[in-house]
Design a protein around this ligand. Structure first.
Ligand code: ADP
Ligand code: MG
Length: 311
């Protein structure tokens, strides 16, 4: 796998405000990178630099080895940028909208008709071909934005919060579309503050806060990083409080809490072997209903890694 998007010491200042501070990113071809951070973290700034719309104050960004700011004209055919807003297009219908942008990319004639048709099909908008762009729902407008940036078949997609403001159904449709694009081999950078959606979609994630990258890796890695001891949810048929007192005194058990009629047992080490706990309970004649490991999800991981500080 080769690195397709790279930033080296990427720094962006707006006056005195440091929006990005020495950002190092390496994104490989075919990766679907979820860029997560609270409002004001620097996501849009990063994406705009990669889209060649902003110059770094210091450091550099490269797409397929081409340096933003020096070789932007070589970069633009390689990328598709979906900004976090949709412009106003009065009296324009979907087909014309796409034809206009196709022409801007130098796609004309029969090829244009074919390409417009292809992206309409891919984004499931064929039935809206003759509808006014302004009349589309937000979800359809977002899909149309994606359709627009697919016209020139770019390698890298830069999507700035494409799911924001969408209702649940439209979110799912957007996610399915992005999965399809991932299957097509596109490299995708997608920003969001909605984490659980990215967990299913993305191969890797980066967490940014106040212009600093706190973490970059797979979802499994992030969970491993924030996880200390194993937490178990234990349910016995009766006398939960006695079971709690019993377990509390055993070595290897950090703490025991009662929660909603069951025990939350925190072990000092990570393990998937719960036989020790089961044995203690069985030896003392407790009847076990359930022993379940608590899952650390992306949401918890994010909360632990960031303090939610917004500039
Ligand atoms: N054009 C600008 N002028 C001054 N400050 C800006 C500008 N754009 C963004 N900022 C500031 O830079 C920081 C990062 O913003 P942004 O990249 O939009 O974050 P995000 O997309 O993660 O919400 C914020 O503090 C924001 O207020
Ligand atoms: Mg933003």
């Amino acid at each position: 796998m080769s690195v397709i998007v790279q930033t080296i010491n990427l720094t962006k200042r707006y006056g005195k405000l440091v929006a990005l501070n020495n950002l190092h990113l390496n994104i490989e071809e075919g990766e679907c990178f979820g860029y997560i951070g609270p409002n004001g973290a620097g996501k849009t700034t990063t994406i705009k630099v990669l889209a060649t719309l902003l110059q770094p104050t210091w450091g550099e960004a490269r797409i397929c080895g081409h340096v933003v700011g020096y070789e932007s004209r070589r970069i633009r055919p390689l990328i598709g940028y979906v900004p976090d807003f949709f412009g106003a297009y009065e009296e324009v219908v979907v087909q014309e909208y796409l034809e206009f942008f196709a022409s801007a990319y130098g796609i004309t004639g029969k090829q244009r008709a074919r390409v417009v048709n292809d992206v309409l099909e891919l984004t499931d908008l064929v039935f809206k071909r003759d509808a006014h762009v302004d009349s589309l729902s937000r979800g359809m407008q977002q899909r149309l934005s994606v359709a627009r940036v697919l016209l020139h078949d770019p390698k890298v997609l830069l999507l700035d919060e494409p799911a924001s403001g969408l209702d649940p159904r439209a979110r799912i449709e957007m996610r399915e579309l992005l999965k399809e694009l991932r299957r097509m081999g596109k490299t995708i950078i997608i920003s969001s503050h909605i984490l659980h959606e990215l967990a299913e979609l993305c191969t890797t994630i980066g967490i940014i806060e106040r212009g600093e990258l706190l973490f970059h890796g797979s979802i499994e890695e992030i969970i491993r990083k924030v996880k200390t001891g194993t937490k178990l949810h234990v349910r016995v048929t009766e006398q939960q409080d006695l079971a709690a007192l019993l377990l509390e005194r055993k070595p290897g058990i950090k703490s025991v809490d009662l929660l909603d009629g069951h025990l939350v047992v925190e072990l000092e080490k990570q393990t998937h072997d719960f036989s020790g706990i089961a044995r203690i309970l069985l030896d003392n004649n407790f009847k076990i209903q359930e022993i379940k490991e608590e899952e650390v999800n992306l949401e918890t991981a994010f909360m632990r890694l960031t303090k939610g500080i917004v500039q």
